[in-house]
Write a protein that binds this ligand. Structure first.
Ligand SMILES: CC(C)(COP(=O)(O)OP(=O)(O)OC[C@H]1O[C@@H](n2cnc3c(N)ncnc32)[C@H](O)[C@@H]1OP(=O)(O)O)[C@@H](O)C(=O)NCCC(=O)NCCS
Length: 153
């Protein structure tokens, strides 16, 4: 995979939510936050017209996932962003964020959340132009803070 590969986004294929839910449940932040593969699969496939859930393909295989809620707060919110472990470090995460920024064009803001313990992701979001604007204690799981992130567009 290279950073120059074009971004290919598609909807989840039938039955793919189980596989992707299991992949998310095995990685942080979802592992530490205590999400089950089943709960994540349900999130990926439930009826929710304001939430687009898209898979990024590289070399014909699922390599990343983005869930974008739009509208949210004067701009959309990235609810889930994940690059599968063997696809990391090649620009796919950044490409997904830039795709979301394109979807948000004209709305003024792009939002996300990050768990306070997720230091690698906090560095990633900072590199992508997001400011940490508010702590959200115990938002998802008691004992863990989320941090609201804002990129002004
Ligand atoms: C965070 C994540 C999406 C990054 O995806 P990626 O494809 O590896 O990131 P990219 O290759 O696009 O990196 C973009 C930039 O972020 C930086 N970055 C990426 N991972 C980093 C890390 N672990 N530590 C520090 N910087 C990092 C890169 O160095 C790059 O910087 P540059 O602009 O100077 O080149 C991916 O590691 C991931 O899915 N992690 C697990 C799930 C997760 O934490 N999701 C976010 C939940 S809020």
């Amino acid at each position: 995979m290279t950073a120059l590969s074009p971004l290919r986004l598609r909807r989840l294929a039938p039955g793919e939510s189980g596989e992707l839910g299991a992949a998310l449940a095995a990685m942080d932040p979802w592992r530490t936050l205590g999400f089950s593969a089943t709960a994540l699969a349900r999130y990926l496939e439930r009826d929710d017209p304001a939430l687009r859930r898209l898979v990024a393909e590289r070399a014909g295989r699922a390599a990343g996932l983005i869930a974008l809620r739009n509208p949210w707060l004067r701009g959309p919110s990235i609810e889930v962003l994940a690059v599968l472990p063997d696809a990391r470090g090649g620009g796919l995460g950044r490409a997904l964020v830039e795709w979301a920024a394109g979807e948000a064009a004209g709305s003024g803001n792009l939002w996300a959340c990050v768990s306070s313990f997720n230091a690698p992701a906090r560095a990633f979001w900072a590199r992508a132009g997001f400011a940490e604007v508010a702590p959200l204690p115990d938002l998802v799981t008691p004992g863990h803070d989320e941090i609201l992130l804002r990129r002004r567009l």
